[in-house]
Every structure is written in C-alpha cells, then in structure tokens.
Design a protein around this ligand. Structure first.
Ligand code: SF4
Ligand code: SF4
Length: 433
C-alpha cells in the first residue's frame, strides 16, 4: 500500500526501470561506465568531444528511432566532432579503468568510411613507399624554396576543393628536407642496428638550426660512447606502418607492418642486436602496434626482436659512458603520448638533465595531437590541445626545447614559436669534444 510496484513487483527488471538505457554500440565501447576518467587527457576535449562523449553520442544515436532528425544531425556532426578530430593517441586507454581504447574505435570508423578505391591506393602507396619517400623528400626540399605564403594559399585552395580531412595544410614550421644520404656506418663493430624513422629521412632539422642531422648525431654520439650503431643500406622504403594504421587503412597497414618486421629480423640477425628507433611513435609502432597485423610467421619473428626507443638507448647505454662537456642553463621537455605508452618519459628527462642545469616538465604537458599529419589536416586540433602547455612554455625563456618525435616537435614549434629538437641532438652537442 505504501510503495506500490516497488516493494513487491512482478517485473524482474524493476531495479532498472526509469534509469538511463545503455544500448549496445561497438563491442569495445560497451563496457563504458561513463565515469569520465578519460576526459582530462584527451587532446580534443576543448575543441570537440571527449572519449566519454564519443561513446555517449553513439549510444544516443542508437536510442533514436531510425531516420529521426536527431539521429541524422548526430550522424552528420559525428564525422568531424568525433572521428576527424581524434588524434588517435589512445592516451584515453591509459586513463580508462576498464581499458577502453576510444582512439582505436575512431580508427575503425575511419576505415569504415574508406571506399575500396581509397584502400587500394593506400595499399599501393605502401608497396611503392621507397619511391613515395624519395618524392616526399624532393617535394619538401622544393617547397622550402617556394616560400610559405604561396604554399599556404595553394594548400588552402585544395582543402576547400577536396576535403580538409584529406589535404594537409602547409604550415610554415615544416622544416626543409633531410640530407639525401644517411651517414656511413659499419656493420661488424656495431652493437645495435639504428633505424632512422621515415620522418627523419624526409624532414631535416628545424629551419635555421645548425649542426648535424639527427641520424648523424645518433651515429656520432653512439660511437663516442663506445656503442657504435649500424644503419642498414636498405632502410629506404620501410616504415613503422603508423601512417596507414592511424588513418585506418588496413591493407596498407598490413603490407608495411609485415615488411618492417621481416626487414628488422634480417638486419638484427634474428634479434641478436637491438633495433634502435629515433622517433617515439615509430618505436611504439614497430614494438607493439604492428603485431595484430602480422602473419603468423612474422609474429614469431617479431617476438625475437628487441625494439628500443632512442631515448632508452641514450639513457641506458650512452649516458653512463659519456661526459658532458657543455651544458645549457635550462631545457624544457615535451613528453609525447607514445613515450607515455612506452613508459620512457623518465629517460627523456634523464637525457635532458645530462644536457642542462635545469629541466622543466610542463605541468600541462600532454598529447600535442599533431599525430603524424592530423595537425596539418586539422591545425585547430593541435592549437587547442597544446594551448595550456604552450602558455606555460612561452611564459619564460629556455635554452633548449627537447622531445624525441619529429612530427610532435613540429607541432610544438607551431604551438610555441620555439624550436623543438630531439634530445639526442642535444646529447651529441653536450658531449662533443
Ligand atoms: S574512462 Fe573509460 S569507462 Fe570511463 S568514460 Fe572514459 S571510456 Fe568510459
Ligand atoms: S585517442 Fe586521443 S583524441 Fe582520440 S579519444 Fe582517445 S584521448 Fe581523445
């Protein structure tokens, strides 16, 4: 009498009646409890949506009647607000108590909207990557001579004519081309195989930065520490596959993932030598992200490899054997999302502390959302993601701005107007006789 349908109720679901429904969406997102722990880490949280909101919006679509105006509007907005502006850094997974990788889900959506023709072209690019890489280096060199204003106008026009998610915007911070030849190295004495990532084979140092290229610096400082490295002659045409993985191009991703593992297995004599990679997102790609896309045979080869980020190589193998001859007064570091996944942000700080009297890790350091080329496709994403960190960095001068991932460095250059370089370049300089 006092609580009709509450104390005694024939409905077995009575405890759920009146509560918000949780329709099933994608299997990876279904365990989401909408707690929001993932929100502060998300680089798009001030621009468009957070990981929680990306999942909540999918649930709301499923609650709507088929073809309803609300469902239509949600679908229209979801392309940009959720899928395009996801940096794919998956730091949401690190924060999520049930391990949901909303970034991986957004990449699945990117894959789903590719036409078979787009997938074929992406796979073709992977198969002929040696030519693509050479052409990219030439194009970057030519672009450097053309001037930023003209390129900004040309790419701006193309973006309007095609789609902003396909045509990158030219940014004045994009550096000139890397030297055509990698430094000469010798295999017999080498204690590690050095794999210069394709971004470091295409892009050179920031404009106006004197001194050696990153590959020259890594080779020199490793030899100086008595730990010489060898660069295989046939690295051109290989890559960590992140270019295809991050855009959801599955066929291209499979081609390159298998190619790099087969090549690395040969270079390292079946895993006898470690493979040192000089860009943290590429280290993450080769060490972990390629695995689900490998053939069974190549998965066995991959298990025998030791893939080291250049920061781990520097901190563990080089620092104990080197002497700092000239240190700068202050350095600020930018730990990348890949370093957080790899667990080597401490090594970045260690290398920076070797090179500078004072090292600052910004309180608001987070993913820069440059994400390979996403920062060129959607510059507003990097601008929003880096706003707080950039404000902290530009509040005072620093003698050095250090990271270890070329594209993130370009993103941070743009955000701060400063010049970020790999910590290994700083290490070479600090220990130069
Ligand atoms: S942290 Fe995980 S469970 Fe919580 S809202 Fe984000 S995705 Fe959902
Ligand atoms: S991958 Fe990055 S941008 Fe995408 S939802 Fe996760 S934290 Fe946000």
């Amino acid at each position: 009498v006092l609580a009709p349908r509450i104390v005694l109720d024939r409905d077995p679901q009575a405890h759920l009646r009146g509560l918000k429904t949780i329709p099933a969406v994608e299997r990876t997102a279904d365990p989401c409890i909408e707690c929001g722990f993932c929100e502060p880490t998300c680089p798009s949280n001030d621009l468009t949506t957070t990981p929680r909101q990306r999942i909540v919006l999918r649930r709301e679509m499923l609650r709507q009647a088929d073809g309803s105006p609300v469902e239509q509007r949600l679908l229209e907005a979801y392309g940009y607000d959720a899928v395009d502006t996801c940096a794919g850094d998956s730091t949401c997974k690190l924060a999520c108590p049930v391990g949901i990788d909303t970034g991986a889900l957004m990449k699945d959506f990117r894959h789903a909207r590719h036409s078979p023709r787009e997938e074929r072209i992406a796979a073709l690019t992977a198969r002929h990557f040696r030519a693509v890489e050479g052409a990219a280096r030439l194009a970057v060199g030519a672009a450097d001579r053309m001037g930023d204003g003209l390129l900004e106008r040309v790419t701006g026009f193309a973006r309007k004519a095609v789609r902003p998610d396909l045509v990158p915007e030219w940014l004045p911070e994009i550096p000139g081309a890397a030297p055509r030849r990698l430094p000469r190295t010798h295999r017999p004495a080498a204690v590690a195989v050095y794999y210069p990532a394709c971004v470091n084979r295409i892009f050179g140092n920031p404009d106006g930065t004197p001194g050696p290229s990153l590959p020259e610096a890594v080779v020199a400082v490793s030899a100086r520490a008595g730990r010489p490295v060898w660069i295989p002659e046939d690295v051109a045409g290989t890559c960590c596959a992140t270019i295809w993985h991050s855009k959801g191009y599955e066929a291209g991703n499979e081609v390159m993932a298998n190619r790099i593992v087969e090549a690395a297995w040969g270079w390292t004599a079946g895993g006898r030598l470690p493979l040192v990679v000089d860009a943290s997102s590429c280290t993450l790609g080769i060490a972990h992200e390629v695995v689900p896309h490998l053939t069974e045979d190549n998965r066995a080869l991959h298990a025998e490899l030791t893939v080291l980020d250049s920061l781990v190589w520097a901190a563990d193998e080089l620092l104990p054997r080197l002497e700092a001859r000239r240190r700068v007064d202050s350095a600020v570091v930018h730990p990348t999302c890949s370093m957080r996944h790899l667990g080597d942000t401490g090594q970045l700080t260690a290398v920076a502390e070797f090179c500078a009297e004072e090292v600052v890790v910004p309180v608001d350091a987070g993913c820069c959302a440059f994400a390979g080329d996403r920062g060129m496709l959607h510059p507003e994403l990097t601008a929003s993601a880096t706003a707080r960190e950039a404000a902290e960095v530009t509040a005072r001068p620093f003698d050095a701005h250090l990271s270890a991932n070329r594209m993130c460095e370009i993103g941070m250059d743009r955000a701060t107007g400063r010049r970020y370089v790999s910590a290994l370049l700083a290490l070479e300089r600090a220990t130069r006789p």
